[in-house]
Design a protein around this ligand. Sequence first.
Ligand code: G6P
Length: 602
Amino acid sequence: MCGIVGYIGPKEKKEILLDGLKELEYRGYDSAGIAIIEDKKLNHFKAVGKLENLANKTKDYHSSGFGVAIGHTRWATHGKPTELNAHPHLGKYSFVVHNGIIENYQSLKDKLQKNGVTFLSQTDTETIVHLFEYQCKQDQNAFESFKKTISELEGAYATLLITEVAPDTIFFAKNGSPMLIGFDGDDIYFASSDTPIIGKAKEVYYLEDGEYGYAKEGEVKLFDANGEKKFQKQSLSTDKASAQKDGYRFFMEKEIYEQSRVMSETMMGRINSNNIYFEELDSEFLNGIEAIKICACGTSYHSALASSYLFERLARIPCAVEIASEFRYKEPLLKQNTLFITISQSGETADTLEALKMAKRAGLKSLTVCNVDNSSIVRESDRAILTRAGIEKGVASTKAFATQTMVLWMLSVYMASLKGTISQDVLKGEIDAMIHTPKALIVNEGLHEKIHRLSKRYLHGHGFFFIGRDLFYPLALEGALKLKEISYLHAEGYPAGEMKHGPIALADSELFTIALMPRSLHYEKIKSNVEELSARDATILAISPMPFDLADDFIQTKYDSHPMLEFFEMMVITQILALEISIRLGNDVDMPRNLAKSVTVE
Ligand code: G6P
């Protein structure tokens, strides 16, 4: 996701920009660029792919003396990740970088084109720089032109602009996307989050929506709708790791809270009110597909398993899911016309990669659902759908799982509509539920506090069973995996209907059962499974929208109109439960013992 860095002062500007952009790398991006004005001369460089490419392009360039500089990492929304679409965008004598989306860019662009302006890119951002230069022709005053420019923008933006007309100035504006200004004496920095300027600036001002202004000669002039405004700087933390956590105790906690937002990114451009669309696929690719085989490991395997219910139920395609390390050595029978799907957060898991190679050798079409572009699995697959969760730092996967599951749900509905196995009404219902998913993922403070309080009762005992049926069985597996990964307590996920075939022998008050009891899918069935455990005195934490008297602890959920909304809401609850138990036990939540984020050995 896009990132911005800016600097005005006498220091070497290329290094400041590249260094700052590096700090934003974890957000994910597909191209980058910088623009510098010094000695009234404009220089700019752009490169697709990693920052190393930009660093290579600029290796013979060094800035010297006073100047202004802006840089950007772009995560494509309008237009493909190409050099032309990368920021900074050039007019004739000005450059702009921008995060967010200018919603009325098309009408602004049409107007400018009618006035003879030529556009080079497909981006919404380019409109800003042309609008500015268009205004400059009428105003002859750079700040007035900038002010008029931003008054015409609708949507979310954080933007920086530099221009030869005012070569000692950076213009800035913020509305809906984050931006801050850093200060160190006369040196002034800009960034879309504080990590790029930690260690450089001593003080900071976090811009509010609707604020804009300019920086010049060591001073910042700030304005809002009421005119010029005084502002209070605050001191800046010097601890990078804690700044990156944005005030959360652990990356995993931050990533749980991010799920609502990243889910919207996952859906962006792929969904509208009556259809689902994957730029990455075409109907020819899916033509003739009669079955699906999915291979994955760990959390990704659980997401795959959940999707198998959806592929069969909605798209009526047989779907088999296998753990990659098992698949590799079973001498699998692979039938032509089977679509081979791999799921991987990292794109580097050795077993999953090898399974993919085997499928390719057998002549199967391959598709991956992955969070890391250009990873080995993405490169090896015929097609890739990126989950867009942003970098996940906590070893225990949360937002990667959520976005994988969303992509697979969308894919199952997409294939169902291609095959005509669902009615228009069902299609609309699925899409409506998808659109509501970000809401179901919002972590409510009261809920977190409640889970924190009840977690103290779950620190001992002789084990946990997470139970569920149907889609909620893979979720039970995932809930149990989260708990064991970070608490080191024994936990198992089990199909609720299967408990009576063995595990119920363990039931007593020291056996903790986390029961996933959705209203919209087999409620009566799971209820009777939980009653059987309650009758044997197991300690039960029930998660359900329906009050359940036999539970020792009860967490009531809200979104019960669609199984997947229930799925995602319950997923967040199980993640927070694992987090809170782990914190109480004093464990390192982000780096649990013995585990690695990316498992590149078999
Ligand atoms: C490791 C990670 C898990 C992950 C699994 C599969 O074990 O700790 O969080 O689910 O690998 O990784 P992948 O990157 O392929 O999803």
